[in-house]
Structures are given as structure tokens and as C-alpha cells.
Design a protein around this ligand. Structure first.
Ligand SMILES: NC(=O)c1ccc[n+]([C@@H]2O[C@H](COP(=O)([O-])OP(=O)(O)OC[C@H]3O[C@@H](n4cnc5c(N)ncnc54)[C@H](OP(=O)(O)O)[C@@H]3O)[C@@H](O)[C@H]2O)c1
Length: 322
């Protein structure tokens, strides 16, 4: 009798063990399949080479979100107070319609005011802002703060400023704001191939833009095609190397020679080189003459040989840590 009871208990244990094994195995298979589907999407996009075309007539590009974005803008890092307000006002007067800011720059209020005061219809201006990793644990508050400070009805594009803890959940919160029309397009900043491969399968809306450091001494020639093939626009920061490094780039012998060929400045050559590589430019400046000069990059074209000469200047020399 005792033996029979033992057999029954053993049989029950075996059946329970078997059921647990089958269900866990099934879940793992499902996870594997999900992952394969997502990786396939990236691979498929990469192979399709879904590169967006720059329209040099309209000076804009159509994003994968369906919105048009200008090809050149004004960067506002380190511009604050009246300097920032005046720089943005001057840029808008010179025809610039893309402004790049960030929570970290501490100037969203000045930028919003300059835009509102300009009298230019809101729809004609494209504003990019970014939320910082220190805000990722409360992204709703961060987005609401940006909307409040800018005070321009909606944000054209919001980026995660850097990879960081909770970046996926912060991005997913931004996706919700796309759903209610308060943010129009999403993007990432300082994301490279490895980071993108990890990040993309975890989100629902494909980023429309990746903003990374790009200039003749740091060209990211391995990263740019990867991003562009996914149908994502690449935007370069520090086009002139950033404050403290501009003279090295602007006085580079090769760049000066090419500038003389076209009767333009070194700054214009660098910006044009970016555009011909399919990279959107956001040079920073508080000088109205420079701001105007930086918009005048559509009336000349660098030859293949000149492009190659600048491509050969790459030194993999990064001017910031991220
Ligand atoms: N996502 C990120 O992590 C990140 C990081 C850094 C920057 N950014 C963005 O990228 C933008 C560009 O970077 P940046 O402003 O730091 O550096 P930058 O554009 O490489 O260089 C700005 C410097 O170039 C000078 N300059 C501008 N136009 C010129 C011209 N035509 N001729 C001669 N000098 C000229 C400016 O001086 P003047 O004021 O005298 O013209 C300023 O000192 C930033 O403003 C920001 O929006 C993003």
C-alpha cells in the first residue's frame, strides 16, 4: 500500500516537472522568435539601402516620420540669455528654419521666445530638443518641461541626448507624445552601430534621426552608411570641431585650397562636404555674419576629387567624450 502511494507521488512529480519544462521551453522559443523578427527587420532595412534623398531645391529632406526637415540649421550649445535670443532671431532672419537645442543647454526658453517673436508661421520652423540621461527616470516630467519652456505648441523632434539607464522606457514615453501629437518625430544622439543594434529592436517607432559628432577629423565613415541604410537621417554636431578646435579645421591647407577654388570660406566647404555625404548640418554661432555665411552652401558643388581629398583628412580624432 505504502509502495503504491510512493509511485503515485513520483508520477505526479514527474508530470508537474514535464509541464513546467514544456511551458518554459515554449516561452524561450517565443522570445527567440521575437528577437529574430526584430533583427530581421534591421537586416532587411540595411539591405534595402533605404537612404533618404536630400532635396537641394527645397533645402530639405523627408524624414521616415513623414515630416520635412531643413538640411541646415543653427546649433545653440553654449548660447544662453540674450546671446541665444539674438542668435536665433538673426538665424531666422537669414532664412534658417532648423534650430537645435537641448535641456542641457539651458536655453529652451530663449529659443521659444525668439521663435514666437519672429512672426514666422510655426509650421515653417523645425525645432529639435533633447532630454538628458539624468531625466530618463521621469521622462514624462522631462517632456512636459521641454514643452513648457519652449512654449511653441509642439516639438518637431525630440532626441535622447545620450544612451543611459532607462533610455528604452524614456523613448517609449516619447512615443506616447507622438501619439498625442505633442512631439512629431523622434531620434537619438550619440548612438553608434552597437548601441543602435541593441536599442532598435526594443522600441516601436523607428528613430527619424541620429545626431553624432562628425567633422573632417572625425568622419564616422563606418557609422554613417549603417544609419542611412536604415532610412534614418544623420545629423552632425561639431561640424567645425567645436569651440577650441575650429581654427585647426578652418585653417587646414586642403580645406583652404578647396575653398579658394570655389571662392567660398572654409566653413562653407565643410558644411557643403557634409551635405554631399548626406549629413544634415547644425553649425553653432552667435555671429550674424557667420550665421548668414553658413546658410550660403547651395550655390556651389564640391567635385568628387575634392570630396575625396576631405575624406582623406579623417584622423579618428574626437573632440568630445561621447
Ligand atoms: N548631441 C550632442 O551631444 C551635441 C554635442 C555638441 C554639440 N551639439 C550641437 O551641435 C551644434 C554645433 O556644435 P558647436 O556649436 O558646439 O560647434 P561648431 O559648430 O563645430 O563650432 C562653433 C564655433 O564655430 C564658429 N563659427 C561658426 N560659423 C563660423 C564661420 N562661418 N566662420 C568661422 N567660425 C565660425 C563659432 O564662432 P562664432 O560664434 O564667432 O561664429 C563657434 O566658435 C551645437 O551648437 C549643438 O546644437 C550636439
Amino acid at each position: 500500500m505504502k509502495k503504491k502511494k510512493l509511485y503515485v507521488i513520483l508520477a505526479i512529480i514527474l508530470i508537474i516537472g514535464f509541464v513546467i519544462y514544456i511551458s518554459l521551453n515554449g516561452k524561450n522559443k517565443q522570445k527567440e522568435n521575437e528577437k529574430i523578427v526584430n533583427e530581421n527587420v534591421i537586416e532587411k532595412l540595411e539591405q534595402e539601402k533605404n537612404i533618404a534623398k536630400f532635396n537641394f531645391e527645397t533645402k530639405s529632406v523627408k524624414l521616415n516620420s513623414g515630416y520635412e526637415m531643413p538640411l541646415n540649421g543653427l546649433g545653440t550649445y553654449s548660447l544662453t540669455g540674450d546671446t541665444c535670443y539674438n542668435a536665433v532671431s538673426s538665424a531666422l532672419k537669414s532664412g534658417v528654419r532648423l534650430i537645435d537645442t537641448a535641456y542641457m543647454y539651458g536655453n529652451e526658453e530663449e529659443i521659444g521666445k525668439a521663435i514666437r517673436d519672429s512672426g514666422i508661421p510655426r509650421e515653417e520652423i523645425f525645432v529639435i530638443t533633447k532630454i538628458y540621461p539624468s531625466q530618463f527616470d521621469n521622462p514624462k516630467e522631462a517632456i512636459e518641461l521641454a514643452l513648457k519652456k519652449l512654449d511653441i505648441e509642439y516639438i518637431d523632434m525630440m532626441l535622447l541626448h545620450h544612451p543611459g539607464v532607462n533610455d528604452v522606457s524614456a523613448y517609449k514615453e516619447m512615443e506616447k507624445y507622438v501619439g498625442i501629437g505633442k512631439i512629431r518625430s523622434l531620434g537619438l544622439s550619440n548612438w553608434y552601430v552597437k548601441e543602435l543594434k541593441e536599442f532598435l529592436p526594443q522600441v516601436n517607432i523607428m528613430p527619424a534621426l541620429v545626431q553624432n559628432e562628425i567633422h573632417p577629423y572625425y568622419q564616422e565613415n563606418d557609422v554613417i552608411p549603417f544609419i542611412q541604410n536604415l532610412g534614418i537621417i544623420v545629423q552632425g554636431w561639431y561640424p567645425f570641431g567645436g569651440r577650441g578646435h575650429t581654427s585647426e579645421l578652418l585653417n587646414n591647407e586642403t580645406i583652404v585650397k578647396i575653398a579658394n577654388n570655389h571662392n567660398v570660406s572654409s566653413a562653407q566647404v565643410i558644411l557643403r562636404w557634409n551635405l554631399q555625404k548626406g549629413v544634415v548640418v547644425i553649425p553653432g554661432s552667435s555671429n550674424p555674419n557667420h550665421i548668414k555665411e553658413n546658410t550660403d552652401i547651395y550655390r556651389f558643388e564640391l567635385t568628387e576629387d575634392e570630396m575625396e581629398q576631405i575624406n582623406n583628412l579623417d584622423r579618428n580624432e574626437k573632440y568630445d567624450w561621447y
